[in-house]
Structure formats: C-alpha cells, structure tokens
Design a binder for this molecule. Structure first.
Ligand code: 13P
Ligand code: SF4
Length: 354
C-alpha cells in the first residue's frame, strides 16, 4: 500500500529541520516506506562501517534491529546518539545466545581442556554482551559478507572456533568455503548440560556451532528449492547463508544481502531467479528489475517477513525524527562503557580483516 502522504510530508519536514545533524541508516530488510528516508542502505557490515564514518552526525537513526543499533553505538563517538525507532525491533537469533549461557559454555570448554585453543567468532547478529565476550577471549565478529575471512583469521590464531549464535552461517562457511567436513562440526545446545556434548566430541571438533538460527531463513527448505526448479525451468536459486546447509548446498549462489543485490544487478536480461532471503528485500528487487526483464520470485511463498525488522514503520520513524527535531532524544541505544570496550575490540578486529 502507498505510504500515508501526511506521514511522508512530516518525515521530510523533520529531516529537513535536522539537516546534517541526523543520519538515517536503513538495512535492506526494512519496509519501502522506511527505505525511502534512509541516507544509506546496506547489509549489516556496510551499515556498521557507515555508522563509524559519520562523526559529524549528532544523531544516527538506525532503521534495522537492536543489535545493529548497539554496534553503531559502539563504533560511534560518545557524543553521538543512536536511536532505534521502535525498541521492540529485536532479533530472535540474537536472543538465542545470552551472556550467562555463553559464559557457561566457556566453562564447559575449559573443563574439556579446549578453551585455550578455541577462538570465538560471533556473528554480528548477537547482543553487545556476546560481542564483549568475543573480544575478551581473543575473537572477532563477522557478518555474512566476511565470515570466510573471519574464519581464516581465527584458524590462524587457534585450533578450533566457537561460532555464535548462527549454526547455519557457521556450518555453511566452514564446509562451503573452508573445506571442512560436516564431521568437523558439532552443535552446542545451551539448553542441555555440557551443551549435550562429551569432552571427546569437543576435543575432536574443529567448529563448535552454537545452536541458534534465524527464524525467517531457517524456514526455507530443500522442498522449496525443488519446487521452484520444477515450476520455473532454468531458474537460478540465490540464497542467504543463514539458510540451512541442505538449502545452501542445493542453491546456485549464496551470499549476504549486499551480495544478492549485486548478483541481480549483474544478471543478464531475461534471467530468472528465486531468492531466499527476507521478503521486503525480495519484493523490492522484483519490482526494480522487472523493467530489465529479470524475473525474480520469492523462494518459498509460505515464508513471511522478519517481524522484528518490520516493527520499524513510517509512524515510528516520523515519531523518532520529530522528537529529535524538537530536541528530545527518544529510544536511545547506549551500550555501557565496560561492555563497549571489549565489544569494540572484537568489532575492530572484524573491520581490520584483510
Ligand atoms: P546481512 O545484512 O549481513 O546479509 O544480514 C542479514 C540479516 O539477517 C540481518 O539481520
Ligand atoms: Fe534476526 Fe533473522 Fe530477522 Fe535478521 S532476518 S533480524 S537474523 S530474525
């Protein structure tokens, strides 16, 4: 549905009143009505870099989810304030690893005698606490666009990797890009004593995968790949690495949201694509490339939007911008100094990856 013209006018007016004092970042999974007001759009890696590169902006309005706004706060100067237009925009995957659970896991690894040779690698989609844990234990953050480089680096520092919290991105990167086998990977279940693993299993493993997943990407199935190949002969299947290993193995191409956009930009006229990532992005791409005669369909019509990404809508954005223009900072995301220090170490290691 087209955006409410009154709200569009109010968003424009508030942004104009704020001028250079505000910078709006929009993740690719955001609604069209929000993307329209983003000064920059990107995947989580690009947005982290963009946030760090805007020292002149007093306010960063982050249209995305909570962990992204936390990362922006960590990477910006203390004088800059990061605003998340709806505090309920969390991420179910990030919630699957709490600080207590991860501390307990490290104790399990220590008891098995493997902690010393294990390097934590945490996906950007994690809380600042988990990033701080990662920094404290010599590890790095990664995103879906640099996971291979992060693992390469980690295996130069130690013998094993503890990969948090997305088991699929961890497994897919280890097996597809690093040449490890599925047998080199074990899954640590935080809801079971000892993670549900024996000390021997921990000692034999190269990749210890946290039992977390994305509730959106985890729903694409091998059946959806088979079905679309039957329905659309010649279709190329392009998926995000948060999908299950069997889905990624059956796909033609795999990559982050930024990669997916670039692949479709480079695709020849007349090509057909089934895309397995968040629906807002797939719809936007389908509309954009229809003019170039590229047919883009959603990989599985039963999968829906990321409900937390969708929490950020035009009314929330207008409210945040108008409040800032009136001198009130609402929904500020602020990471405490101690957490920030170690989380920043981990994030800076990622930004320094070759
Ligand atoms: P990227 O933008 O890094 O591809 O991540 C996708 C995602 O799930 C963000 O929540
Ligand atoms: Fe989290 Fe998945 Fe939504 Fe990304 S798409 S914010 S990983 S739930």
């Amino acid at each position: 549905a087209p955006s409410d013209p009154d709200l569009v006018a109010r968003a424009r007016a508030a942004k104009e009143r704020l001028g250079d004092r505000v910078f709006v970042l929009g993740h690719h999974y955001q609604r069209d009505e929000v993307i329209e007001f983003a000064d920059v759009t990107g995947d989580s890696f690009k947005l982290a870099r963009e946030a760090a590169a805007r020292p002149e902006a007093e306010y960063i309005v982050f249209c995305g989810v909570h962990f992204m706004a936390e990362s922006a706060d960590i990477l910006t100067s203390p004088a800059q304030q990061v605003v998340l237009p709806d505090l309920a925009a969390g991420c179910s995957m990030a919630d699957m690893a709490t600080a207590e659970q991860v501390a307990e896991c490290w104790d399990v690894l220590t008891d098995a005698g493997v902690a010393e040779t294990t390097v934590p690698v945490s996906y950007m989609n994690s809380s600042a606490d988990i990033k701080a844990f990662t920094g404290r234990h010599g590890g790095t953050i990664c995103t879906s666009s640099n996971a291979e480089r992060a693992l390469d680096w980690a295996f130069q520092q130690g013998e094993k990797v503890l990969f948090l919290p997305d088991q699929h991105l961890g497994r897919n990167t280890a097996v597809r890009d690093m040449g490890l086998s599925l047998d080199d990977c074990v899954v640590y279940n935080p809801h079971k004593p000892g993670g549900g693993l024996t000390p021997e299993q921990l000692r034999d493993a190269k990749m210890i995968l946290w039992r977390g997943h994305c509730s959106v990407h985890g729903r694409f199935s091998l059946d959806s790949v088979r079905e679309v190949r039957e329905r659309i002969p010649g279709v190329r299947v392009l998926v995000h690495p948060e999908c299950k290993h069997e889905v990624v193995s059956a796909a033609d191409e795999v990559g982050s949201t930024e990669y997916i956009i670039k692949a479709l930009e480079a695709a020849p006229r007349g090509s057909k694509w089934a895309v397995g990532t968040e629906l807002n992005l797939v719809r936007r791409l389908a509309n954009r490339f229809a003019e170039e005669d590229k047919e883009i369909v959603f990989l599985d019509r039963t999968v829906c939007f990321c409900s937390t990404m969708n929490r950020i809508d035009l009314p929330h954005l207008v409210w945040a911008l108008e409040s800032l223009a009136d001198g009130t900072v609402v929904n500020r995301i602020e990471v405490d100094a101690e957490t920030e220090k170690f989380a920043k170490t981990a994030l800076e290691r990622m930004l320094a990856l070759p």
